[in-house]
Design a protein around this ligand. Structure first.
Ligand SMILES: O=C(O)CCC(=O)C(=O)O
Ligand SMILES: [Fe+2]
Length: 186
């Protein structure tokens, strides 16, 4: 996976235009978005279930382009791992599409914007399976999935799947709040 990180000071105008639009139309960020991570995923690449770090304001906006993928949200078991990551086989769609209790998934369609915050940010891990075969049994936006997949994509045993055949590019937009410089001055 290729990753490029932009801080506000080096954002090209086209990117500032996108982040300003997200900031203004969502009303969910207290100040301008100042951190954008651009990820490129090949069809066999995903991202391990993780929680975004405490350095960010707890709202994240993900703009998706290229191949659709399924993002899985799994309840965060705080004691399982200190660094916020759990092993790949704990993703609900890693091996089979067997649902894990309280977990859910969202299909990220090209040109869609996913914004999540609050419990989804703090109590759930999010991740994308690295399989070129994506399972959408648990997606909350199934209508979009049905419109995308074709008959051949659906497995006989009832699992709903589609195949990623293109690269996916995502723009993950966040806010790193300013650290008050005089915080430790006495
Ligand atoms: O690329 C994506 O859709 C998700 C990226 C992500 O979760 C992250 O960078 O923290
Ligand atoms: Fe993330």
């Amino acid at each position: 996976m290729k990753r490029v990180l932009f801080h506000k000071s080096v954002m090209p105008p086209w990117l500032t235009k996108i982040t300003a639009e997200i900031h203004e139309s969502s009303g969910l960020f207290p100040s301008a978005i100042n951190h954008v991570l651009i990820n490129e995923y090949h069809p066999d690449q995903g991202i391990m279930p993780h929680q975004d770090g405490p350095a960010y304001f707890p709202v994240v906006a993900i703009l998706s382009l290229g191949s659709p993928v399924v993002m899985d949200f799994t309840p965060h078991l705080r004691l399982r791992s200190g660094d916020g990551y759990i092993s790949k086989d704990q993703s609900p769609c890693a091996e089979s599409c067997a649902p894990e209790r309280d977990s859910f998934s969202v299909l990220l369609m090209p040109q869609s914007l996913l914004i999540f915050k609050d419990d989804a940010y703090s109590d759930f891990l999010h991740g994308i399976s690295d399989s070129p075969t994506q399972c959408y049994n648990q997606v909350v936006n199934e209508a979009e999935a049905l419109a995308y997949s074709n008959e051949e994509d659906s497995r006989k045993d009832g699992d709903k799947i589609f195949h990623r055949d293109q690269t996916r590019v995502s723009l993950t937009c966040r806010l790193v709040p300013k650290v008050r410089k005089n915080l430790f001055r006495f």
